[in-house]
Ligand binder design. Sequence first.
Ligand SMILES: Nc1nc2c(ncn2[C@@H]2O[C@H](COP(=O)(O)OP(=O)(O)OP(=O)(O)O)[C@@H](O)[C@H]2O)c(=O)[nH]1
Length: 215
Amino acid sequence: MNAPVTELPTPLPATAARIGIGGPVGSGKTALIERLIPELQGRGVDLAVVTNDLVTKEDAERLRRSGLIDPARVEAVEAGACPHTVIREDPTLNIAAGDDLEGKFQGLQLLIFESGGDNLASTFSLDLVDWWIFVIDVAGGDDIPRKRGPGVLRCDLLVVNKTDLAPHVGVDLPGMLAEARRARGDKPVAATNARSGEGVAAVADAICRAVLFTP
Ligand SMILES: Nc1nc2c(ncn2[C@@H]2O[C@H](COP(=O)(O)OP(=O)(O)OP(=O)(O)O)[C@@H](O)[C@H]2O)c(=O)[nH]1
């Protein structure tokens, strides 16, 4: 008698890495994504974006119109309430939007979730993302890192954006970055000017190393 054939389990399909980008209102989250899209696409990364707004789809429409990405690769979630609710307490809508994009685009490697602008306490659920960035900006004041909000402390990468504005708003940029590094211990801090693109390659490097496992 032949030995019973053991059926091997069907391998699970590869899934895209999921990263979050959060931070206070107007700190430059969308501007950073507008810079990251070509930077990552230039490295051959197959990506899509989910945006979150309160009651509009404004950020998604802005990215769709940008010409930087196939508009079908951008989905919008309307949070309706506190932005952190849909990225932390109940990320169901965002998970569904990500699953939808993965279903439409086979081979997707990276999904970027942009949170609606929120306060310094906002954080992402690790049920939604594998790794996340918190964006603060120089014009928000150099005391932000000192206030040690959970967003600043717990994110995987802290981005201090709008470095170009430091001389105009009386901020000592090296001092602000040093304070951020002190507050975060071993965790990384990056400085960007999303308007010119300065510093964005380093953010893309961090994403590639952390979730795509490429140098
Ligand atoms: N000078 C300067 N302006 C910037 C920079 N990054 C973003 N901005 C400007 O700051 C404003 C807000 O940028 P957004 O990218 O819309 O910020 P956001 O965090 O996505 O905003 P919400 O989604 O409303 O929370 C826009 O007028 C941008 O042009 C920067 O590095 N330097």
